[in-house]
Design a protein around this ligand. Structure first.
Ligand code: GLU
Length: 382
């Protein structure tokens, strides 16, 4: 009975979930996609969505699929970058076709979303990717993300094109995910490589990713405990952005569902910070200040003491040339920096509305982006 089933379904612990699926999970270790495994994954996604979860899939498997399509499964030795990029381009269509087929069974529409990390490092690219992904979730579409390997050359180190572990963490941060589930064939972080040392023990929880953990994962060389280095990097990135991370076995039955319901599988890396704090830090670290907004004593006081938004009324002067969306500093009459943040108005617009009541913005500019020149959500006090 469906009502009985519903009663038995545990509540969701996480609402917005990024699921990163490794090549070895998708192929079950063979040279081609395993449709049964993929169908099982889609069924889990469908069940979680019915419970109200939002899902984004970050998938690997394009290169492996392309290799198979071109009949080159026995050429694993050939690793040169252009060749792998061709494989990725060829395989991506087959990969998407497979996803389309398995999700159609649940009436779920998917969207191919190819990203490069370079796009996300850029302010406008970041905002566009974030807005698009959030719009997909709003429309009930499941984004199927992969790195745009064809143009990802400048990300390459050695013979590896990008890596989807780090990409999945960028995506988790981009959409403020609650959970990043890195599903792999290893099943977590172990005290030694479980493929070589059967006595290796699973580490169920990693509170802080310190040198010891990094060493266990093989540092940056990637020769660690089962390709864990990039997974640990991803865990560090995502937990630093306020997302809970699990590295768990994608072969375990219902792994994604169980994680979403709060079951501890594999290795848990609890979120290291509050999400809002991380946004603020990101804003400070990643962006350079394009200009100054000088405010009067009254504004300076409420900004400092009440963490209020900055309204045009308190602005005396604007220095520098900047556009809407750029980072600016808020400076008091004595030249002290009080705060930094993302501006809703350009320097030219602020020039025209400074000192005015917010009601006048539309009248003066002919348009308006809100009463605040800088919203407190996009601001960090210094
Ligand atoms: N983008 C690659 C692919 O789809 C995978 C990269 C990775 O797994 O780290 O084949």
């Amino acid at each position: 009975m469906s009502t009985q089933n519903e009663d038995q379904t545990p509540a969701l612990k996480y609402k917005r979930i990024v699921a990163k699926i490794g090549t070895n999970v998708l192929t079950a270790g063979t040279d081609r996609l395993n449709m049964e495994l993929m169908a099982d994954l889609a069924a889990q996604v469908a069940a979680l969505r019915k419970q109200g979860a939002e899902l984004i899939v970050v998938t690997s498997g394009a290169i492996a699929t392309g290799r198979h399509r071109l009949g080159m499964s026995d050429r694993k030795d050939r690793k040169d970058i252009p060749f792998r990029q061709v494989l990725a381009a060829v395989g991506q269509t087959d990969l998407m076709q497979a996803y389309q087929e398995i999700f159609a069974r649940h009436d779920i529409t998917i969207a191919q979303t190819l990203l490069t990390r370079r796009d996300l490092a850029d302010r406008v690219g970041y905002l566009n990717a974030r807005n698009t992904l959030l719009a997909m979730l709003d429309l009930g579409v499941v984004p199927i993300v992969n790195e745009n390997d064809v143009v990802a050359v400048d990300e390459i180190e050695g013979a590896k094109i990008g890596d989807n572990d780090n990409l999945s963490a960028f995506v988790a941060n981009l959409v403020d995910a609650d959970l990043l589930a890195i599903l792999t064939d290893i099943g977590g972080l172990f005290s030694a490589d479980p493929r070589v040392q059967p006595a290796a023990e699973l580490i169920p929880r990693v509170e802080t990713i310190d040198e010891e953990i990094e060493a266990l994962a093989g540092g940056t060389t990637g020769h660690g405990v089962g390709g864990m280095a990039t997974k640990i990097q991803a865990a560090r990135l995502a937990t630093g952005g306020g997302t809970d991370v699990f590295i768990a076995s994608g072969r375990e039955a219902d792994a994604l569902k169980r994680l979403a319901h709060g079951e501890a599988l594999g290795t848990h890396f609890p979120a290291a910070v509050d999400r809002m704090e991380s946004r603020k830090r990101w804003m400070l670290a990643a962006l350079s200040v394009k200009g100054d907004i000088v405010v009067d004593d009254g504004a300076s006081k409420v900004l400092r003491e009440k963490e209020a938004s900055l309204l045009p009324a308190g602005i005396q002067k604007v220095e520098g040339v900047f556009s809407r969306g750029e980072t600016v500093a808020i400076v008091d009459g004595r030249g002290n920096r009080i705060a930094c943040g993302i501006t809703n108005y350009s320097s030219e617009e602020i020039q025209r509305i400074r000192g005015l009541h917010s009601d006048k913005i539309e009248e003066v500019l002919g348009h308006h982006y809100g009463s605040e020149v800088l919203h407190r959500n996009n601001m960090v006090l210094l």
